[in-house]
Each structure stands twice: as C-alpha cells, then as structure tokens.
Design a protein around this ligand. Structure first.
Ligand SMILES: CC(C)(COP(=O)(O)OP(=O)(O)OC[C@H]1O[C@@H](n2cnc3c(N)ncnc32)[C@H](O)[C@@H]1OP(=O)(O)O)[C@@H](O)C(=O)NCCC(=O)NCCS
Length: 333
C-alpha cells in the first residue's frame, strides 16, 4: 500500500559525465599484479576502467562533467549559485576540490565546498542541494561526484587496484515546478564502527605521512573487502526500502534503479532482496569499475542520454562506501 507522494522541492535539470580517454583492461592488469581477467570479471563484473592521463586533475574531470550537465540543462555557469563536489580524491588536501572547479568553470563568487562521504558522496551532495533549494537559499546547484582514485591506489595490492577507476558525473538541480517531477525523498546514514574497513590510513592528522609510511603504502587505499561486501547488500537494501517508503512509491512503481557500481554481485543481491528485476538496474561496472562518488551520476547520465531513462520515470538511487556512509534517493525525472 503506497502513501501519497510528497511534492518534490528540487528537480534534475541536466546531467553530464566525463571519463578519461585512457583505458586499462583486466588483461592490462595481469601484467601489473598477480590477477586474471577471469577472476576480476567473475568476482566483480569489471572488465575495464578509465584512468586519468598524467597531468589531468580531479577538478579538470569535474569541470568537464559539470559543463556537460549545464549544457544539457540549457543553462550557463552564470546561473549556478552553489557548487557541491563529492570526492575523496581532490586535487589537494587543502583547499577543497570545489573551489578549483569553481575557478575552472569561471563561476562567480558563489559558495563551493566538498563532501567527504566516499562512494555515497553524490547522494550526500544531492541531499544537501535539495535542502538548499527547499529553503530558497539556492536556486541552481551543481552537484558533482568525481574521483581520481588511480593516484591513491596501491598498484602492488591486487585486492584493491583492480576494483577502482577514474571519472566524474554531474547534475544541475533547480526548483521543482509543481508537476510532480523532482527529488521525492532522500535518506543518508553513516556508521563509523567500520571506518577502518576502507581507509587511507596516512596523510591526515592521526597519521602524518612519514618515509616509513610511504614505504608501507599507508597513504594509499586499504580495504577489507568482505566486511564491506556483507554490509553493502544489507544497507543498500534497507536504505532503498526507506527511500521508497518516504516517496510513497512501491518497488512495483519504479522504472529504474541506479545503484553504486562497486560489484555486480552486490547489485544482483540487492535486486533480489528488493524484488526488483536486474534488467531494470542501470549497470555499467564492466566499463568503469568502481568510480566511487562518480558512479551514480555517470550511470544516470548514460541512461538519460541513451534514452533508457525517460522524463517522468521514477528512479531509485542508492550507494554505500567508506565510512561507512550510505543512502538512497527517489527521483521522478
Ligand atoms: C573485494 C571483493 C571483490 C573480493 O571478492 P571476494 O569474493 O570477497 O574475494 P576474497 O577477498 O574472499 O578473496 C578470494 C581469493 O581471491 C584472491 N584475490 C583477491 N584479489 C584478487 C585478484 N585481484 N586477483 C586474483 N585473486 C584475488 C584472495 O587473495 C583470496 O585468495 P585465497 O582464497 O587464496 O586467500 C569483494 O569482497 C567486494 O566487492 N567487496 C566490496 C567492495 C566494495 O564495495 N568496496 C567499496 C565500497 S564503495
């Protein structure tokens, strides 16, 4: 039984993404670490990933995705009054990646800030943007998910380096028009008890980088994959159920699910727990691997541009990542 749908406050006006031209296949990785195309594709669904060129930065990729989203929305950078960037691999620890994006886009002196919620960064970003628009504090918000993880991976660790890729995705959010289209619900959660299961241990104040730390790759991504795997299936399912309920929709009324692309086996399990067919999940993990906060907006943009997602359709977004942080949102496009 469904509740009446809430009136959306904000809606997606345009989407865009950018993926670096350079591609690393599973066979390429066989030459770098002790792995195989068969292991990677069977255990994860990943076949290729895009990797930034030397000299290419996180903010370069973010700005490219943002320009495409603005173009799709028929808006210019002068219309934007807030920039939110979800990333854990910004250009520098200080300042934010968002200020570099602002400068590269040539935006006015508008607020620009980063969200650190790892793979859930884009979902956190749209949740915050929705609130800004609801209160009237912002009218046109660029929300970007971007990661350049190839530079913070340990390329000697086969348990992590085969999983991730680089890329950026963006949406432009503006006020809803009262026609029922827009963000119907969002929910975000975190649980620091699992903080050490997916972590870059050194480089912050708790463990400054030392020669010994560099030697032990403490400034690179460390992950206990099975810890995350188990909790991902459970929490993605519960957040999705939560967002569905808050939107007044049932899974039978959904048109598409765009889930974070971390592992095809996770997506398959979430599909079965939600009782929603896998064919209605937008899946591009084979091409990009796990691009963390960029994965949802890249997949969303691809599905909008190739016509799978149509105006007026209901789309569930859900993501989980380091923190752990997770969440879901229901959007009528
Ligand atoms: C990382 C992940 C793919 C590993 O898959 P898994 O089925 O749990 O595999 P395991 O870790 O149990 O490893 C199984 C074996 O494969 C080996 N292995 C690990 N990585 C390998 C690789 N790249 N190539 C070949 N073998 C590999 C392991 O050493 C282990 O060998 P052993 O049995 O001899 O000890 C999976 O746990 C996962 O996707 N976790 C969640 C990741 C995630 O969502 N992360 C980010 C959140 S955004």
């Amino acid at each position: 039984m469904s509740n009446p749908a809430p009136m959306p406050r904000s809606r997606i006006l345009g989407t865009g993404h950018y993926a670096p031209a350079r591609v690393l296949s599973n066979s390429d990785l066989e030459k770098i670490v002790d792995t195989s195309d068969a292991w990677i594709s069977e255990r994860t669904g990943i076949r290729r990933r895009h990797v930034a060129a030397d000299g290419e930065t996180t903010s370069d990729m973010a700005a490219a995705a943002a320009r495409r989203a603005l173009e799709a929305a028929g808006l210019s950078v002068a219309d934007v009054d807030l920039i939110i960037v979800g990333t854990i691999s910004g250009d520098t620890p200080v300042p934010s990646c968002a200020v570099n994006v602002q400068q590269k886009l040539g935006a006015e002196e508008i607020p620009a800030f980063d969200i650190s919620a790892a793979c859930a960064g884009f979902l956190y970003g749209i949740t915050i943007a929705d609130q800004f628009i609801a209160t009237g504090a912002a009218n046109c918000v660029l929300v970007i998910g971007v990661e350049l993880l190839s530079r913070i991976l340990n390329w000697e660790d086969r348990t992590t380096c085969v999983l991730f890729g680089d890329g950026a995705g963006a949406v432009v959010l503006g006020p809803a028009r009262g026609d029922g289209r827009g963000i119907l619900s969002t929910c975000i959660f975190s649980d620091g008890a699992l903080a050490s299961s997916l972590i870059v241990p050194a480089g912050g104040t708790a463990e400054p980088v030392t020669d010994e730390g560099l030697e032990r790759k403490r400034n690179k991504v460390h992950m206990v994959g099975q810890d995350i795997f188990r909790v991902a299936i459970k929490n993605l399912t519960s957040a999705s159920t939560h967002a569905l309920k808050a939107s007044g929709l049932t899974s039978a009324e959904l048109d598409w699910v765009v889930a974070h692309q971390a592992n095809l086996r996770i997506i398959t399990q979430v599909s079965s727990r939600l009782g929603f067919p896998l064919e209605k999940f937008v899946i591009n993990i084979a091409e990009y691997g796990n691009t963390s906060s960029a994965s949802i907006p890249i997949a969303l943009d691809e599905a909008v541009r190739d016509g799978r997602i149509q105006p007026g359709q209901s789309v569930l977004l859900c993501a989980l990542g380091a923190g752990i942080s997770w969440g879901a949102a229901l959007v009528r496009m």
